[in-house]
Design a protein around this ligand. Structure first.
Ligand SMILES: NC(=O)c1ccc[n+]([C@@H]2O[C@H](COP(=O)([O-])OP(=O)(O)OC[C@H]3O[C@@H](n4cnc5c(N)ncnc54)[C@H](OP(=O)(O)O)[C@@H]3O)[C@@H](O)[C@H]2O)c1
Length: 302
């Protein structure tokens, strides 16, 4: 497994992390035993950074069970405060998370997103305090743009921003990636498979069950869904030419940027995790990247 430094003064972390939203049930039901096996398969394969959140339904509790039997010491555990970013809200969120995860501290504690009703200064002051107390070894933010990151840095040094990035979601390339590079902030990528659009599994006729968030996302319906899948099929040809599958191509593509520290990939079973592990160490050549760029110019813009 390749490692990169999380920000200019942070720890070394693997370039692949396990996103634990799907095992919380947000993308359809996952049996708890399968979820535990998935988490342990990830750690056993070197995918030792785990990302969960207060808001991920049963995810933290399931991660807590999976981390028994010595697995806790082998992973870099990240979670997030997800809703109330007042001082009291963050403090009680972390206590809830520590209880659910059955740990004394987390390796990375993140603010899930930016909400204008909570002043960034007060939020970051509380986060810095938690780091001083040792309840969070490192602190970070998520879904912050360059302006919010600049404001947050005035109060506290933080090491990472967790943001959406995939072949179908490239908005961060304009301002946020250059800002993170300049300020030495690590980037944890979320939704790198565009939540399944970049897996080669789906056809336009597929209907997601009600308990799967994708049943409500416009990208997974009708004409938009079909157009994304057409582009994904063309990308899959490039993957196959290089001896990869589309999932591995999508992961390697995100990691082509040195500013990306770690790609958090969601998985629902151990076999999906094994697929992700196969992307470690894959370096795409200039010709492949140029072909991908050309195809992506035909991707829908939503
Ligand atoms: N900070 C934030 O606001 C935020 C937002 C979203 C996500 N995240 C984090 O980022 C992580 C990753 O994002 P995500 O899980 O939402 O989406 P994702 O990684 O883009 O997609 C994950 C889904 O793709 C499918 N998949 C994964 N591996 C596959 C494989 N090898 N073959 C075929 N299908 C495969 C699975 O669903 P199916 O098998 O059902 O298709 C899986 O649930 C999350 O788990 C979470 O930790 C953070």
């Amino acid at each position: 497994m390749e490692y990169r430094q999380l920000g200019s003064d942070g720890p070394q972390v693997p370039v692949l992390g396990l996103g634990a939203w799907p095992i919380g049930g947000g993308m359809g039901h996952v049996d708890e035993r399968v979820a535990i096996n998935t988490i342990r398969a990830a750690i056993d394969s070197g995918i030792t950074l785990l990302d969960t959140a207060q808001a991920y339904r049963t995810s933290e509790a399931t991660v807590g069970v999976a981390l028994r039997d010595g697995y806790r010491d082998r992973c870099f555990l990240a979670t997030k405060a997800s809703s109330d970013y007042s001082r009291e809200g963050i403090l009680s969120s972390l206590e809830d998370s520590l209880r659910a995860l059955d740990v004394d501290y987390v390796d990375l504690y993140q603010i899930h997103n930016w909400k204008p009703e909570y002043p960034i200064e007060a939020t970051m002051e509380t986060m810095a305090r938690l780091q001083e107390q040792g309840k969070a070894r490192y602190i970070g933010v998520s879904n912050y743009g360059a302006a919010q990151m600049a404001q947050a840095l005035k109060t506290a040094r933080f090491g990472s921003n967790q943001v959406r990035y995939s072949m179908f979601d490239r908005q961060i390339e304009v301002q946020d990636v250059p800002f993170c590079e300049q300020e030495g902030i690590g980037i944890l990528v979320h939704s790198p498979l565009a939540k399944g659009l970049l897996t080669g599994v789906y056809t336009p006729a597929h209907r997601f069950p009600q308990d799967d968030e994708r049943s409500r996302f416009p990208r997974f319906q009708g004409d938009a869904f079909a157009r994304y899948l057409t582009v994904a099929d063309r990308l899959q040809e490039i993957a196959l030419d290089g001896g990869l599958n589309l999932v591995q191509l999508a992961i390697a593509w995100a990691l082509r940027l040195p500013a990306i520290t770690c790609v958090l990939v969601g998985a629902k079973n151990p076999s999906q995790v094994q697929d992700h592990a196969g992307a470690a160490g894959v370096v795409l050549g200039d010709e492949e990247l140029a072909r991908i760029s050309e195809i992506l110019s035909d991707a829908p813009q939503d």
